[in-house]
Design a binder for this molecule. Structure first.
Ligand SMILES: Cc1cc2nc3c(=O)[nH]c(=O)nc-3n(C[C@H](O)[C@H](O)[C@H](O)COP(=O)(O)OP(=O)(O)OC[C@H]3O[C@@H](n4cnc5c(N)ncnc54)[C@H](O)[C@@H]3O)c2cc1C
Length: 262
């Protein structure tokens, strides 16, 4: 990407008014933007706005949009949240050099189909705080079409009790996922998110009671998983066929169910 001008605003208000200018682009870590070949009139760097903190607040864990993946991986606050799946998913992304640069804000706003981080965030019901629009769920944001014209300030992790399991299947550790998945048990629900299908992650929810009933009737976890997986759309790309992804996701989700129900 080529930037014709570059600014580091001192306040959110200043950042937002710059973002209203034609041809401007918010820069998170800039790791992904840098790979593009577009020319933009203005790059807005959020570095000075204090958005790189992870804070445990009464109504949730607030992760500033400029928090990088390595901070997520190392966070003491996140290490026990839903069995540490946020930290785990971040740790599976590229090498530490990329994780030191790429941010949670750039990940969420990029809505990347290959993302390993969006999948667990969806499964745990993460919320997003935007400067103008306020709070919405990640699921709502993912369903929105068109360019995002607001600035993400925080990703909010709800404080519900629960345990979870994350898995990403890659041909090599620094490749994009062939498929990734998260299973989370919380309250009376099991949430199952599947990403890199190769489309962006989606989440489905089932009642725990329903799974227990099926188990008591002798239904193998693989069959329960196959039913859940049949409700997701899968596709093909150069990494894998649709059929391969379905088989793989079925096995991974069956393992995930076994783990959270143990
Ligand atoms: C070489 C490489 C390999 C990668 N491999 C993987 C992988 O295997 N698995 C995986 O999950 N991810 C992978 N990623 C993606 C990475 O994890 C990040 O998701 C990605 O780099 C985006 O984060 P960023 O901070 O670089 O965002 P940027 O490139 O800075 O921005 C991305 C987009 O988000 C917008 N944006 C950023 N911050 C905000 C904000 N606060 N408010 C509004 N809009 C904002 C930008 O305008 C831009 O449109 C890889 C990235 C790179 C560079």
């Amino acid at each position: 990407m080529k930037l014709l001008d570059y600014k580091k605003p001192e306040s959110m208000e200043e950042a937002y008014s710059l973002y209203e200018l034609e041809g401007s682009e918010i820069i998170g870590g800039g790791a992904w933007l840098k790979l593009g070949n577009q020319t933009k009139a203005l790059g807005i760097d959020l570095e000075k706005l204090g958005l790189n903190k992870i804070e445990d607040k009464e109504d949730g864990i607030y992760i500033g949009a400029m928090t990088n993946l390595y901070q997520l991986e190392e966070s003491e606050i996140l290490k026990d949240v839903y069995s540490g799946i946020i930290s785990l998913s971040a740790s599976k992304i590229m090498g530490v050099q990329v994780r030191n640069i790429a941010t949670i804000g750039g990940t969420v706003c990029g809505k990347y189909g290959f993302s390993d981080l969006i999948t667990p965030l969806l499964a745990i019901g993460a919320k997003l705080k935007f400067y103008k629009a306020g709070v919405m769920t990640l699921e709502e944001f993912m369903a929105k079409k068109g360019k995002n014209l607001d600035i993400l300030t925080d990703v909010i992790i709800p404080k519900a009790e629960g345990n979870g399991c994350f898995e990403t299947f890659k041909k090599t550790s620094i490749d994009f996922a062939v498929v990734n998945m998260t299973v989370v048990k919380s309250g009376n629900q099991i949430s199952i998110a599947v990403g890199a299908r190769p489309g962006v992650a989606k989440v489905n929810r089932i009642e725990i009671e329903e799974v227990i009933k099926q188990r008591e009737a002798g239904t193998p976890l693989h069959d329960i998983s196959a039913k859940v997986i049949s409700e997701f759309n899968f596709g093909a790309n150069h990494r894998a066929s649709k059929e391969y992804r379905i088989q793989l996701a079925t096995v991974l989700v069956a393992d995930g169910l076994k783990e959270v129900l143990a």
